[in-house]
Design a protein around this ligand. Structure first.
Ligand code: F6P
Length: 341
């Protein structure tokens, strides 16, 4: 078979490990050929390809980002996007596609599968918010980066008697904030699932100062106050309708400083969480996803997505990946609340 591979959406540590596993097993075990599509769905729309053979994937296991490039291009927001994708696949004699991405990329893959494209999906997002899989690769790396930042902020915050607010990624789901905050001993964790009460946040901050320590607060970029009193977001919207987030950390630090009289600063971790080398956990998960994805292609299980259930890699229908967002359940947030203040 001749198989196209693409990576779409925000990049994520472990993407290269997936590509490597797909190609290595695909060539060495099954004898397939590969074509790399550049920059997500832009590649098949414009017919922009690169060589993807065993030589091309040598040495990429520990490398962050994606050798294929990525974008948030949506074929269904491009004039005759689907037609262009189908025409490219036909012109290049592509028998099957492996699409690695989050809800948007896999949403496109689901529609293409319904139009008869032979596609297999691999779930990816540092946010860990895809319902069909227990974990996505990249999440563990992002949590590790955020945890290290929190550890460092505790010592500088205590030295200066300042409140420090760390803004982490997480558009709809607060998994990064929850896990990094728990691992780093944050004094407050604010997530999109639970609109926060400014009065309660101020009370936690004051309690922490009163105990002789300086508070570190972790806030997901998508978290919002109950009363809607903070002005956030740039207003920039991508091809899939997502507003570019950012700003809740700074807004919160301002309110804390005004209300408590204590100096407060915000740190935005942003893309630092997404870049760089994946952890061992993410390399292994991404490698296992890649191996399982090429098995699914080889057995012509079209419309399947690989997923982690417990410790097993299983196949689920692609449509399941995008059916439901996996948000933080109330009881998981309650575990963290024990340590607030
Ligand atoms: O979807 C993953 C993610 O990292 C979100 O947490 C974040 O809101 C978004 O991507 C940022 O994407 P971009 O780099 O395109 O602004």
């Amino acid at each position: 078979m001749r198989i196209g591979v693409l990576t779409g959406g925000g990049d994520c540590p472990g993407l290269n490990a997936v590509i490597r596993a797909v190609v290595r097993k695909g060539v060495e075990v099954y004898g397939h050929d590969f074509v790399g599509f550049r920059d997500g769905w832009r590649g098949p729309i414009e017919g922009d390809t690169m060589t993807l053979d065993v030589h091309a994937v040598r040495g990429i296991l520990p490398r962050g980002g994606t050798i294929l490039g990525t974008s948030r291009t949506n074929p269904y927001k491009t004039e005759d996007g689907e037609g262009k994708v189908l025409a490219t696949l036909e012109r290049l004699d592509i028998d099957a596609l492996v699409a690695v991405g989050g809800e948007d990329t896999l949403g496109v893959a689901t529609k293409l599968a319904a139009s008869g494209v032979h596609v297999v999906g691999v779930p990816k997002t540092i946010d860990n918010d895809l319902g069909a899989t227990d974990y996505t690769f990249g999440f563990d790396t992002a949590v590790g980066v955020a945890m290290e930042a929190i550890d460092r902020l505790h010592t500088t915050g205590d030295s200066h008697h300042r409140a420090l607010v760390v803004e982490v990624m997480g558009r709809h789901a607060g998994w990064i904030a929850l896990h990094a905050g728990l691992a780093g001993g944050a004094n407050v964790i604010l997530i999109p699932e639970n609109p926060f009460d400014i009065e309660a946040v101020v009370a936690y901050v004051e309690h922490r100062f009163a105990s002789g320590y300086s508070p570190v607060l972790v806030v997901s970029e998508g978290a919002l106050p109950k009363d809607g009193g903070l002005v956030l977001g740039s207003g920039v919207v991508d091809d899939f309708g997502h507003v570019r987030l950012g700003g809740v950390g700074a807004a919160l630090a301002d309110v804390i400083e005004q209300r408590t009289g204590k100096e407060s600063r915000a740190v935005v971790l942003g893309h630092v969480q997404r870049g760089g080398t994946p952890t061992a956990f993410d390399r292994v998960l991404a490698t296992r996803f890649g191996l399982s994805a090429i098995d699914a292609v080889h057995s012509q299980d079209w419309g399947a997505m690989v997923a982690l259930r417990g410790t097993e890699i299983v196949r689920v229908p692609l449509a399941e990946a995008t059916a439901e967002l996996k948000t933080v359940p109330a009881e998981r947030y309650a575990e963290a609340e024990v340590f607030f203040g």
